[in-house]
Design a protein around this ligand. Structure first.
Ligand code: PLP
Length: 494
């Protein structure tokens, strides 16, 4: 029997995994969720003898049940290969009393590569399975890292095109340069005069415009999403939680069945939701610690039960977490409402109408898997400097938000549970902020010179992703206003 997916807003909607991946977002504006979460099919002890790909197959086959073994292994094999700079794919590094789960060894040196190196393969396979003849147009809003990772994944993939919208003043210089130098012939990168939430809302509006949809269908196009609302991104992210646990087991850092904590620097709530799903599938997890930067809408939500986006949008040194509408939280809301689409839909309507909603006390009681902490800009940069002084290990700003949040959690709880911190980007992606935190005399220096200094201080080689963009030609120069996004899409497809 195939596992079915349904909408967080309407349980009459039913489809297979491959259909859900193709569509990205449900027609009713809801997100696809599995009707039930399967359990891990083998023991963690057995998984500890597997390599990354085998672990990925073991986990993903339970969730993408309408893919054949050959199809799924093919996708996994093409994704997790020597594009990653280490055969471990996700190495663990012990520093300052925690394990850092390094998710940035892929092509664009951010954790988005973990899912976006496989999504194009899942999507083209899904298109074949479902006899889709249209060209698939990926529409993506990015706070910086998704954009380049999606471009790298979809560039020159036959039968696809990709449009990326980014906030033109809201990403790091390296992030921007990575995107606007993209060479793929099927790509278009556009800077929007707005913030990430504006980009995300604009993309959602294009998706749900039926008229545009049918116009494009006649021309042989259909939209899909590479954002973390696509379950084709969520499912591959469950893998590295299971894998990292199994590495600790293999290295005798934990006993079989022992609980661990995960700390996740959070923006759109995709990464930490994958950890929650891993727990539901049977991974022994004590707490999922949701770490926010100064845009601490999630911290407030977990503390009070009220989600309120009516606040100032703050540009921080961890731009990939500068988000006030965490899309994937909708899936958690649906689950803690007892998989109740009506309840969820009414809260989401309130979010749309008033920018806020409040969950019931019964729902709030179901949040015990989570803890929430946040780190200010000052605490983030102090953590980068402190950890470097203590251990010689240099982390990026997003990871530092998580590490600083974990320090606060430890100070409050004294919890001795073995803890893994999701390290979501290479420090080379945010060289200015990282080096400025280590020594203020570095502030304002050229990003590429700083990369050399970071390399010698941290004793790590400059990643090829940085070398590649150093002298690359700028190809994408288009900018648009928020209300001009749809027009840009149509222009690209005409
Ligand atoms: C996207 C991103 C995040 C936030 O992840 P979500 O899944 O959106 O919560 C954190 N850190 C980095 C470096 C990212 O690129």
């Amino acid at each position: 029997m195939n596992l079915q997916y349904t909408s967080t807003r309407d349980n009459r909607i039913r489809c297979t995994a491959s259909e859900a991946i193709l569509k990205g977002l449900c027609d009713d504006g809801g997100l696809f969720v599995p009707v039930e979460l399967p359990k891990l099919p083998v023991s963690l002890k057995e998984i500890s003898d597997m390599d990354y790909r085998e672990c990925a197959y073991t986990v993903m086959k339970e969730l993408l049940t309408d893919f054949t073994e050959e199809e799924l292994r093919g996708c996994i094999g093409r994704a997790y290969d020597d594009k990653f700079d280490t055969p471990e794919i996700v190495p663990l590094r012990k520093a300052g009393g925690a394990f850092y789960m390094e998710l940035f060894h892929g092509k664009t040196i951010a954790f988005k590569d973990m899912a976006l190196s496989i999504l194009p393969h899942l999507m083209t396979t899904a298109a074949k399975k479902n006899n889709v003849k249209n060209e698939i147009v990926i529409l993506t809003a990015t706070s910086g890292d998704t954009g380049k990772a999606a471009l790298a994944g979809f560039a020159d993939v036959e039968g696809t095109r990709i449009v990326v919208f980014f906030p033109k003043d809201g990403v790091s210089p390296v992030q921007k340069k990575q995107m606007v130098t993209e060479k793929g012939k099927n790509t278009r990168v556009i800077g929007v005069d707005g913030n990430f939430d504006d980009c995300q809302t604009g993309v959602k509006a294009i998706f749900s415009d039926r008229e545009l949809g049918s116009r494009l269908d006649k021309k042989g196009f259909q939209f899909s999403s590479a954002n973390s609302i696509n379950i084709g991104r969520l499912v591959p992210q469950i893998v590295y939680y299971v894998y990292s646990y199994s590495r600790l087991l293999k290295n005798n850092e934990i006993k079989d069945g022992e609980e661990v904590n995960f700390v996740v620097p959070t923006g759109n709530f995709g990464n930490i939701l994958a950890a929650y799903y891993a727990k539901q599938m049977g991974l022994p997890v004590r707490k999922l610690i949701c770490a926010s930067n100064e845009n601490k809408v999630l911290f407030d939500f977990f503390r009070t039960g009220e989600y309120d986006r009516n606040r100032e949008f703050i540009l921080t040194s961890s731009p990939s977490m500068d988000i006030l509408i965490s899309s994937n939280l909708e899936r958690l809301i649906y689950h803690i409402a007892g998989d109740d689409p009506e309840k969820n839909a009414s809260l989401m309507a309130s979010l749309k109408r008033e920018g806020r909603y409040e969950i019931t006390s019964l729902m709030k009681k179901k949040l015990t898997d989570f803890e929430a902490y946040y780190a200010s800009e000052k605490e983030t940069s102090e953590k980068i400097r402190g950890l470097f002084k203590e251990s010689g290990y240099i982390i990026d700003t997003h990871t530092a938000v998580a590490a600083a949040a974990y320090d606060k959690y430890l100070a409050e709880t004294g919890d001795k549970t073995v803890t893994l911190i999701a390290s979501t980007a290479s420090p080379f992606k945010f060289t200015g902020s990282v080096m400025g935190a280590i020594d203020s005399s570095f502030k304002g220096q050229n990003e590429f010179e700083l990369a050399e200094k970071l390399s010698s201080l941290g004793k790590v080689k400059i990643p090829p992703a940085i070398e590649e963009i150093r002298n690359a030609e700028i190809i994408h120069k288009t900018e648009c206003k928020i209300d001009g996004m749809m027009e840009e899409v149509e222009r690209f497809l005409s």
